[in-house]
Each structure stands twice: as structure tokens, then as C-alpha cells.
Design a protein around this ligand. Structure first.
Ligand code: FMN
Length: 206
């Protein structure tokens, strides 16, 4: 695939088939992840690939509880709006089918690198997560960056034997999508970019 087509069509794909994802594809996307930058090149990441059904069911139950707690009260308001409603329905589908996703990848980060307290902590893992999701898209695999498991972080940590100095930063379901990728809706670059001074816009080609 063309590099820019991969970027344009990478989006949250939450309706995934239960069909297995090969080890080879998983290694390809993990190799993409570890080529990302990290503060001081500390590479404090680890990835836990979860395919065990019993483990996925436990995490799925915590995820669903977190989803209901966080978004249940907003359900009716979101469903009234076309765009928010689409997101709600797809996120609700994922929350109710997490155990059926063939592979969950938990992206973790050591928090003892000296970068723990400020913005560069997240900035030392999310480029890797984005690389992973772009590589998955290039292979035709759907992913979503999710964080709701963090409402049960201690449970997840104990279940997977994750040490206390490691943070769980994102849980990424990976699978073959049921639908097509399509291009997500975004505010155009012209509307969010200023030139030389805050507020100074430029028309493309102008
Ligand atoms: C920091 C962060 C946390 C997110 N957490 C979740 C989550 O827990 N569950 C989920 O279904 N989507 C989650 N998302 C996905 C966003 O909802 C999604 O990227 C956004 O709606 C854009 O979707 P689109 O690319 O399909 O337009 C998260 C995204 C980010 C960047």
C-alpha cells in the first residue's frame, strides 16, 4: 500500500472477525512498533500479546465494566448525535466482544526511566503504538488504541504478572476487520495550522 493511503485510512476498527492473526503478521507489526522514538532512546516498552481465551475473557469483563461505567451515563446523548452515535455503537460492540478478538496487545512502559513524571512518558510509548497500528493497517488488520482497561489496571497487572514499575499504557485489539477501512473524519489541516504566529492561517496553494 502507498504510505499516505495507509495513514489516511488508519482508523479505529472495532468490529473484528475472530479469525486468527498469524505470528508472522504480529511480528511484523511489533517490529514496526519498536522502530519508534522514545525519550533518550530509553525504549522502555514491552508488549504482551494475549491470545489465551480465558485471559481475554477476564480482561474483556473488566473492560466491559469500565465501558459501562464511563460511557453508560452518556449513552442516550451520544446516540442522539449521528457521529457520536456511530462511535458509541462501534465502541459498544468492541466492549461486548473483546474476548472474541484474536489478539490483544498490551503496550507497557517502564516508569523508572526518569521520564515518568512529565509529558514525555506517554510520548515514549504512543509513537510505538501508532507505528504498530499503521503497520497493521498496511497488512489489512484492524486495530484501536484503547485505554479503558486502566480503570482495572491493578487487576490486569496481577492477572498478567506485570511488575509494579511498569505502566500499562494501551490495549490494542488486533484482527481482520468485518467492514472496510474508509477515511476517518478530521478537521482539515488548514483549519488547525497557524503560520509564524498564533491565529495566522494560510490557504493551501494561496
Ligand atoms: C488516548 C486514547 C484513548 C482511547 N481509548 C479508547 C477506548 O478505551 N476504547 C475505544 O473503543 N476507543 C478508544 N480510543 C479510540 C478513539 O475513540 C478513536 O481513535 C477516535 O474516536 C477516532 O476514531 P477514528 O479514527 O475511527 O475516526 C482511544 C483513543 C485515544 C487516542
Amino acid at each position: 500500500m502507498d504510505f499516505f493511503d495507509v495513514i489516511r485510512t488508519q482508523r479505529a476498527m472495532r468490529r473484528l472477525k475472530p479469525d486468527p492473526v498469524s505470528d508472522e503478521d504480529l511480528w511484523t507489526i511489533l517490529d514496526a512498533a519498536i522502530h519508534a522514538p522514545s525519550g533518550g532512546n530509553t525504549q522502555g516498552w514491552n508488549f504482551v500479546v494475549i491470545r489465551d481465551r480465558a485471559v481475554k475473557e477476564k480482561i474483556g469483563a473488566w473492560y466491559l465494566e469500565a465501558w459501562d461505567r464511563a460511557y453508560g451515563p452518556r449513552r442516550d446523548a451520544m446516540l442522539e448525535d449521528a457521529q457520536a452515535g456511530r462511535m458509541f455503537r462501534s465502541a459498544d460492540y468492541l466492549a461486548n466482544h473483546l474476548a472474541d478478538v484474536p489478539a490483544l496487545i498490551l503496550a507497557t512502559l517502564q516508569n523508572r526511566t526518569g521520564f515518568g513524571a512529565d509529558v514525555s512518558h506517554g510520548a515514549s510509548i504512543y509513537p510505538a503504538v501508532q507505528n504498530l497500528m499503521l503497520a497493521a493497517r498496511a497488512l489489512g488488520l484492524g486495530t484501536t488504541l484503547t485505554t479503558l482497561h486502566r480503570l482495572h489496571e491493578q487487576d490486569v497487572r496481577e492477572l498478567l504478572g506485570i511488575p509494579a514499575d511498569v505502566d500499562t499504557m494501551a490495549l490494542i485489539p488486533v484482527g481482520h476487520p468485518r467492514g472496510r477501512f474508509g477515511e476517518p473524519q478530521r478537521v482539515p489541516a488548514e483549519k488547525v495550522t497557524y503560520w509564524d504566529r498564533w491565529g495566522e492561517r494560510k490557504t493551501r496553494g494561496g
